[in-house]
Design a protein around this ligand. Sequence first.
Ligand code: TYD
Length: 199
Amino acid sequence: MSGLFITFEGPEGSGKTTQVELVGQALAAREPVMVREPGGNELGERIREIVLYGALELDAEAEMYLFMAARRQLIAEVIAPALAAGQIVVADRYHDSTLAYQGGARGVPTTWPSTFPRPDVTFLLSVPVESGLERLAKAGKKPDRVERESIDFHNRVAAAYERLAQDEPQRFARLDATGSRDHVHQQVMNRLEPLLSRL
Ligand code: TYD
């Protein structure tokens, strides 16, 4: 038996986390396993402190391995067992974040490890970089190390996501996230419907 693996990706301020919450509510009766990256387990939360809020100067490749180490632990502890048990797993960021941020924006050579399960569907929430960053600023949340990067950096992230989506059109569902929250959610549910009916 294998479950359904759904991931959400996007640049800063794309409303990704809101959409994750909405899909979690919509699928509540099926008791989906919700995870966020980096984090979601003890190692992940500790690594999150280091990579996002620590004062350490991190080498770009070392940063990539930290994100990936957190991910591998989450796969081993949570994602793989849940999928093997036929459950739905919804992830707020996954390996495409590393490909876009560390690979695309920081220029670190990246690959997809064969031990990292591929999502069945990846929603890419697309917003113009400036409006995403504005949305973030308005939310008043203290920006983390990655969010504080330059506009050029965030443009490279967005461009890398677009390339990833073009390279794997079957896996990616690219959604215009400038629309209303409910409209975006409806598009998410439309895309999930055939997958859910097969479960
Ligand atoms: P997150 O907490 O998901 O913040 P957001 O509210 O933007 O979704 O992610 C924190 C930051 O970590 C975000 O700026 C993207 C970055 N990140 C990477 O650079 N590489 C990765 O592999 C992951 C998972 C996140």
